[in-house]
Design a protein around this ligand. Sequence first.
Ligand code: ZN
Length: 176
Amino acid sequence: MIREIVKMGNPLLRRVSRDVSEEFVKSDEFAQLLLDMRDSMKHYGGIGIAAPQIGVELKVAIIELGENNRYGEDIRFPFQVFINPEIEYLTDSLSAHWEGCLSVPGLRGYVERPEKVKVTYRDENFTKKEIIAEGFLATVLQHELDHLFGILYVDRIKDITKLIFQKEYEVFIQGE
Ligand code: ZN
């Protein structure tokens, strides 16, 4: 079911989400939560979504990067579920991208983040997994995981003049 997206200003986005138990992951309620997250992400054109963005304060995020994503990045990443993720930064060097967020509609912001990360997490079967990611995928992971800790990408913009509208982004940045 497509759910309404919780928008910036709602205190729910600013809270630290709770860890998810194995018992819950095996429940029908969890299966429904994943379906709702995926339906909502696809409906609103996102490449990732975190449970708090549909009003559920649990440490669950999903990412799916298709061919024609709105970020114009030539990268594919099959649907993946991240439960109780922990992040480790593998480098001091930064990579910067123009980020957007379903909870901050109509805007883009230029954010620098560590270029390479390792994420350990549980998948939808509660199997322990880890992934090492670089570049844009590392950014997407950090963005989604931030949601589980009450952080939005706008918090991480160093130069606030680089918070702009999506339409202006298309004309003045993408069109360059
Ligand atoms: Zn977001």
